[in-house]
Design a protein around this ligand. Structure first.
Ligand code: HEM
Length: 138
């Protein structure tokens, strides 16, 4: 389960972009000069799907959801001084929910086609506007 939670955070993070930063000094990042004072916004979700690393085959690349992936690498909870203070709580809640929900509601399934789900369009927070499900009691 810990590996699955990390992989879900990597593959489909719920925060798309960081809050705004300003470069404290001239820097160069990946060949791009960033002058002092520039507004910098980090595409957190994109970082988790960076170009495949050497040795990644097409079926193990970053677009593939693989809960057995060793050490899923992501920025879904930020990085550095503003790293999410709720990270441990979020990880724990997700692990409990993912374990308990299928056990208590075994026939839980999507009630609509997955590609018809409407996404939140905030540009910062990612998710679906609603998630219709159906299940059988007993
Ligand atoms: C899956 C759930 C969560 C995700 C994906 C998430 C994601 C993030 C990210 C990406 C940042 C950094 C934003 C940036 O650098 O601009 C952040 C910061 C923060 N998060 Fe979360 N978060 C989650 C849950 C929570 C929870 C449960 C709490 C509180 C109980 C929380 C409280 C905070 C606070 C206070 C900050 C700001 C920290 C700072 O600026 O120093 N988060 N979160």
């Amino acid at each position: 389960m810990p590996g699955a939670v990390e992989e879900f955070l990597r593959r489909d993070p719920s925060v798309e972009r960081s809050t705004s930063r300003h470069a404290a000094q001239d820097i160069e990042l990946g060949g791009v000069p960033i002058p002092r004072g520039s507004l910098v916004v980090v595409a957190l979700g994109s970082a988790g799907r960076d170009a495949p690393r050497a040795g990644d085959a097409a079926d193990t690349g970053p677009a593939v959801l693989d809960v057995t992936r060793p050490g899923a690498c992501h920025l879904a909870l930020g990085h550095g001084i503003h790293y999410c203070v709720g990270g441990p709580l979020a990880r724990l809640a997700a692990a409990i929910a993912l374990r308990v929900l299928p056990a208590r509601v075994p026939k839980l399934e999507l009630a609509v086609p997955a590609d018809s789900l409407e996404r939140i369009g905030s540009g910062i927070i990612r998710g679906v506007l609603s998630l219709p499900v159906r299940y059988r009691v007993g």
